[in-house]
Design a protein around this ligand. Sequence first.
Ligand SMILES: C[C@H](O)[C@H](O)[C@H]1CNC2=NC(N)=NC(=O)C2=N1
Length: 95
Amino acid sequence: MKKLNTNEIEKNLKKLSGWSLNDDMIEKSFTFKDFKEAFSVMTHIAFVCEKQNHHPNWENAYNSLTIKLSTHDAGGITQKDIDLAKTIDDIVAQG
Ligand SMILES: C[C@H](O)[C@H](O)[C@H]1CNC2=NC(N)=NC(=O)C2=N1
């Protein structure tokens, strides 16, 4: 899987909502009603990630969730991370 360069990353981020480039990862934070909602969304995301064999770096504190994506095998950001970011936004939008 080919690493995307900064221009390609920024172009892709414009098509997403709320994701930003932070070092060699794309990152977005979410706030949910409570812990149960946050964890239920995380569980949904986890199973989709497992299916795609592409996993997030993430931090959850009560109702907040920060997700960071990069492709470890490529040592940077690839199309897999962009695609997963879109999938995550779709899951969060479903509630
Ligand atoms: C062996 C396994 O398929 C690999 O380690 C997968 C697992 N999940 C992964 N997730 C992410 N974000 N990047 C990877 O390179 C990656 N590789």
